[in-house]
Design a protein around this ligand. Structure first.
Ligand code: IMP
Length: 466
């Protein structure tokens, strides 16, 4: 796969561990590119024993790759500088180039204030980073501020015009008052003009730079934020984000030719979901999950109960072992059994060439099933319904199980390759590949970069499909 261009996307509702896969592949890439989302995403990378969480910067920067932020990214300058600092603080050097697309839209303080202020979108359970409001302004074409506006000479006038146009909205949402409107605009200006001065040197055109890079044989790695089921078009609307999270979306928004890319869909071994919305294979329920704190442990008796079929407890066990608490918001994530209906859909929407399965070690020692169809009112389907409400999972007959692997077994599997993985795990990987019609190129068995089984994975899992 060396030298090949790749698109990495998430297959479920985000938090699949894409950061680790990107980090793993970044050393082969000349450019690592964020193509969607904003600082609502948090990509966690564990490298050299250090954990770095990035919200805007592509994960590849820690490896000194050139990093680009595409035009469909909602760009929060404050988070950009925070990312930059956290990379330096963790001891990494930023030696590659950074390119921020001039067409990207800037998240302004009123966007975050509106997102945090409740209102009609409260029920969506957003990350409160201003994503919906900035996307609305982008679509308006008249009340938007692009990166180009931000670093241009007319920024002050543009900002004043936008604040004036939004006056009713800002006052109605109690973000400012009529009397303070000018002062409010000026405060934002003072803050953002400082960002602008720092950012100028990074601003350019991704379409030109990346196409030129492709033409000269350089390799690109496109890193998606969120995931297919959160895509604004193909996701579980209205409980979705406001950008395109799919491989096709990456190509369209960057202005590059998708035929030049291999598409790697990242499926966490079990789905998780933050925020509201239907979740057919959910274990337990969101209300109970919300009460949980990171780091709670299950007693031996509770684990036994979970193994014996207490599904809410199993869900809690997965959440705790998988550290399923938001990198951006700290919110507990809902956990569920694997869902082949959803994965088949995601594989199709993205044209996935291969799967990377992450966090499979979290399922070690836990018996589980996988959904192969849904049913509702006596009707059965293997399609992923647009309106998910009320659909219940139909599980396959098989129960998957393998005992926990110790560190030696994990190291041995990394070195020997796919065949050395536990039998029960391979059964699951095989069924995932067959259900979705795509082979598996990577199986992640621990958070560290090294703990990934790549050797023979693609070959063996392609054999399942013959
Ligand atoms: P927003 O993107 O902040 O508007 O949130 C819309 C929905 O997408 C909510 O359900 C969020 O929890 C979800 N969401 C946004 N970003 C992420 C992410 O990076 N991982 C998982 N869920 C996300």
């Amino acid at each position: 796969m060396d030298g090949q261009n790749k698109i990495i996307i998430g297959a479920y509702w985000g938090d699949e561990g894409k950061g680790k896969i990107v980090d793993l592949l970044a050393s082969e890439a000349d450019w690592v590119v964020r193509f969607n989302g904003g600082d609502n995403a948090g990509h966690t990378i564990v490298a050299n024993g250090k954990e770095v969480v990035l919200h805007v910067l592509p994960s590849g920067v820690v490896q000194g790759r050139n990093a680009a932020i595409g035009p469909d990214v909602f760009f929060n300058p404050k988070s950009f500088f925070a990312d930059y600092e956290s990379v330096i603080k963790a001891g990494f050097k930023i030696s590659g180039r950074i390119l921020i697309d001039e067409r990207a839209h800037v998240i302004m303080p009123y966007h975050t204030a509106m997102d945090a202020g409740g209102g009609a979108t409260e029920q969506l359970g957003t990350t409160k980073r201003g994503i919906g409001p900035v996307a609305k302004d982008k679509a308006s074409r008249t009340e938007d501020i692009t990166v180009s506006d931000l670093v241009g000479t007319g920024f002050k006038e543009k900002l004043n015009a936008v604040v004036a146009a939004k006056a009713n909205e800002l006052i109605g949402n109690r973000i400012t008052t009529a009397a303070e409107l000018n002062k409010y605009a000026n405060e934002i200006y003072m803050q953002y003009v400082r960002y602008a001065n720092e950012l100028k040197k990074y601003v350019g055109s991704c379409a030109y730079e990346l196409n030129e890079a492709l033409a000269s044989g350089k390799s690109l790695l496109l890193e998606g934020a969120q995931a297919t089921l959160l895509d604004i078009v193909h996701g579980t609307r209205p409980f979705v984000t406001s950008s395109n999270c799919t491989a096709g979306g990456a190509a369209a928004n960057l202005g590059i030719d998708i035929r030049k890319f291999r598409i790697i869909a990242v499926a966490k071994a079990y789905p998780t979901r933050v925020g509201e919305g239907s979740f057919p294979t959910e274990l337990g329920n969101y209300e109970d999950a919300k009460k949980e704190r990171k780091g709670e442990t299950l007693t031996a008796a509770e684990k036994k109960k979970a193994i014996d079929g207490d599904l809410p407890l199993l869900g809690k066990w997965i959440r705790q072992d998988g550290r399923e608490f938001g990198a951006t918001t700290g919110r507990p994530r809902r956990t569920g059994f694997p869902d082949f209906v959803a994965l088949r859909y995601s594989g199709m929407i993205n044209g996935a060439d291969e799967w990377a399965i992450t966090k499979i070690d979290v399922l070690s020692g836990k018996p589980f099933k996988a959904a192969v169809a849904y049913e509702k009112d006596g009707k059965k389907t293997t399609r992923f319904p647009f309106k998910l409400e009320g659909w219940k999972p139909v599980y396959g007959r098989k129960e998957y199980f393998w005992p926990p692997m110790d560190e030696n077994e994990k190291m041995a599997a990394v070195q020997k390759g796919y065949d050395a993985l536990p039998q029960g795990m391979k059964e699951y990987v095989k069924d995932l590949a067959i259900s979705t019609g795509a082979p598996v190129s990577m199986v992640s068995i621990g958070p560290e970069r090294e703990m990934t089984v790549v050797k023979d994975a693609l070959k063996r899992t392609a054999e399942y499909l013959k």
